[in-house]
Design a protein around this ligand. Structure first.
Ligand code: 0GY
Length: 302
């Protein structure tokens, strides 16, 4: 089957630079995706966008080029609850990838067991309205209790403006909970203002809640301007990510978000994204926690 990309869709950056920042041995890219390829793993009929292809081979080549040791591959919404492309990537990773799946309430125990054997260690609940249709919270809670038995965790994706309404649900989840992209703060607002501090409060009061300090290219208002020969880009996102790394160093993760779905203005050079890391994790101890210890504990504890 062939698919027409969503008009204006930006393809991933084909020749990323070699990072100047040397990743520590054992580093994990803890948030990335595979898309199709569509002829092998068709995109879901309920998808809100049709991406370019981004195969497991291309992901593994990027991993090696950037200097990562492993990947955590997160089910992208364009594949709905069909985890075939994810499972195929995990099975071909030689133990170097773990996964976060999307499942529906009707998923069987045998299917959960199959996903576990392939390397899945979590499920993703998505609340970003432009990406998914609404799923009733009681269904999600039922899934949460079933996957708890497998010692999996839950990845949640939402916009910062929706946190007040979702707070009670998130804070009642029975597993470890990992928030995508710092809960998508508006980085034009002050770091000590009510929006970001509500997120900080959730992490402070709930020690089961972790955060990915990811996606400066998605959250930045300034954009990549400083990429032109400057030291680093996305400077407006740095204080937010650094705050979380400094305050919750044992509950933060970092990932590229390759192949960067739904970027409208520019596509980042993944090598330069890696060069952003030492600006948010400013000591080798913090870098080791962020890139090695935390993801290894969460995804490779067995
Ligand atoms: C991300 C962010 C986005 C998309 C998805 O699964 C997805 O479709 O996660 C987005 O559009 O903000 O984490 O890759």
């Amino acid at each position: 089957m062939t698919f027409e990309k969503t008009p204006g869709w930006l393809d991933w950056f084909a020749n990323p630079s070699k990072p100047r920042f040397h990743l520590p041995s054992g580093a994990v890219d803890a948030h990335c995706h595979v898309f199709g390829p569509g002829h092998q793993f068709p995109f879901a009929s309920e998808r809100k966008y049709t991406p370019c292809d981004a195969s497991k081979e291309q992901l593994f080549a990027l991993r090696d080029h950037l200097g990562f040791d492993k990947n955590v591959i997160v089910q992208a919404t364009c594949h709905g609850a069909d985890n075939s492309a994810l499972v195929d990537a995990l099975m071909h990773s030689q133990g170097k990838a773990r996964g976060v799946a999307t499942v529906k309430r009707a998923v069987s125990d045998a299917e959960l067991e199959r996903l576990h054997l392939a390397g899945v260690r979590g499920v993703r609940f998505n609340f970003v309205k432009r990406l998914v249709d609404f799923t009733p919270k009681e269904e999600l809670l039922e899934i949460a209790h079933r996957i708890k038995a497998l010692n999996w965790h839950i990845v949640i994706y939402f916009e910062a403006v929706d946190l007040p309404e979702l707070w009670d649900f998130f804070t009642a989840l029975p597993t470890k909970v990992v928030v995508d992209h710092m809960g998508r703060p508006d980085v034009g607002l002050p770091i000590d203002g009510p929006q970001f501090q509500l997120f900080v409060k959730m992490m402070r009061e709930h020690e089961n809640i972790w955060s990915k300090v990811t996606c400066p290219e998605r959250l930045s208002i300034n954009g990549p301007k400083a990429l032109q020969g400057e030291q680093h880009a996305y400077t407006d996102v740095i204080p937010f990510a650094k705050y979380l790394v400094d305050h919750f160093s044992d509950r933060v993760l970092w990932g590229t978000d390759w192949p960067h779905p739904n970027l409208k203005d520019h596509m980042p050079d993944d090598g330069l994204l890696v060069d952003w890391i030492p600006h948010i994790a400013t000591t080798s101890a913090l870098q080791h926690a962020l890139l090695v210890d935390n993801p290894t504990r969460l995804y490779w504890s067995d």
